[in-house]
Design a protein around this ligand. Structure first.
Ligand code: SF4
Length: 233
């Protein structure tokens, strides 16, 4: 199986619990969803470049792992490989194979970034990835209804260090906070990272948010997208 790669690069993780960690980002192409704030380039590319070397698309997991190991080494100067998208889980078999090869040939950790909208693979992923960054999407009723399915699956995971990341818009922020606090409480999930859309949040929403989550014993942290502030990829 071969797929298209959007880009592979070395930078700092700009979001979530591992903010600031050095990572090799492997961005797989395509996503079937339509989040209104999406800033990912969905165009399929003929090739991707690393350190001024061109590699033609599509590639197999074996080919990509060889390229990545040749270009970045086996994890001596970075924390983890971040497999991201688009939505990487639409290429599930590819992701699994790539993760297994990198796990065996490198000492870097394996990190997955996903929308949280495809829930059926999480139990298997829990044994493969060291860390999973999972979004909570809130932009429509349909995606909100997905949350209880996601939380039920996550509450059974035992191995990976997963965390939930909520992109919070200003519009309907309090309703979203109420709903997510209630759902996290129901599934006994104790942490959430809040990233305000466009890194803007009103002070009254900050106060409301902390009160609502902490009153349910959920540790909430608010952070901006720091790679945008630092102007790095
Ligand atoms: S899931 Fe991610 S890549 Fe897909 S549309 Fe939403 S923000 Fe964009």
């Amino acid at each position: 199986m071969k797929i298209n790669i959007s880009e592979v690069f070395y930078s700092a993780q700009g979001e979530g619990k591992y903010i600031g960690a050095a990572q090799v980002f492997i961005r797989l192409s395509q996503c079937p969803f339509d989040c209104p704030y999406c800033d990912t380039d969905m165009q399929d590319k003929e090739y991707f470049e690393i350190n001024n070397h061109k590699y033609n698309n599509p590639v197999s997991a074996e080919e990509l792992s060889e390229i990545v190991l040749k270009e970045f080494g086996a994890g001596n100067n970075f924390h983890s490989y971040s497999i991201t998208g688009g939505e990487p889980l639409i290429h599930y078999e590819f992701v699994k194979k790539l993760a297994y090869i990198l796990k065996n040939k490198s000492k870097a950790k394996l990190f997955l970034e996903t929308s949280g909208l495809i829930t059926k693979y999480f139990k298997e992923l829990d044994d493969i990835f060291d860390i999973m960054s999972i979004d909570i999407k809130t932009h429509s009723e349909k995606v909100l209804n997905n949350l209880s399915v996601l939380l039920e699956v996550l509450s059974e995971l035992k191995n990976s260090d997963y965390y939930l990341k909520l992109l919070l818009p200003q519009e309907n922020a309090k309703d979203i906070i109420d709903y997510t606090a209630q759902e996290l409480y129901k599934y006994n999930i104790k942490n959430i990272i809040i990233q305000p859309v466009d890194s803007i949040i009103r002070k009254d929403i900050v106060d409301y948010l902390y009160n609502m989550y902490y009153s349910k014993n959920i540790e909430a942290r608010i952070i901006p997208q720091t790679h945008k502030i630092l102007a790095i990829p």
